[in-house]
Ligand binder design. Sequence first.
Ligand code: ZN
Length: 134
Amino acid sequence: MHPVDATQALVARGIQPSAQRVAVAGFVLDSTEHPSADVVFARVKQSHPNVSRATVYNTLNALVRVGLLRELVLSEGRVVFDPKLAPHHHFVDDDTGAITDIPWDKIPVGPVDGLPGLVVREHQVVLRGRRLPT
Ligand SMILES: [Zn+2]
């Protein structure tokens, strides 16, 4: 995401666009790799050596709170961030842990409303396996 776009995205949601927040938003909102907070921290540190872990975590939480980013827990104890808000599924690579988006219409999912006693907030299919060598 271009810095100008990241700045506008933050301002439009009432988040003060400091240089460090813009760097966090610019990276994570443009990422397709479902980075963890630690990965975002490492990446932003390259361009902003003085950025603190707290700033990165707080900015990620703010982006989730204003609805620009989604938090995903696809494996136990591992939280990653996904800027793609439209429904989609995920494939988790057993060997590398890499998370790949799978288009929603690739896997038909039946209706999830009407399950007795449950109010479904969201649903997706999480696929796990290995990638064939190319
Ligand atoms: Zn995704």
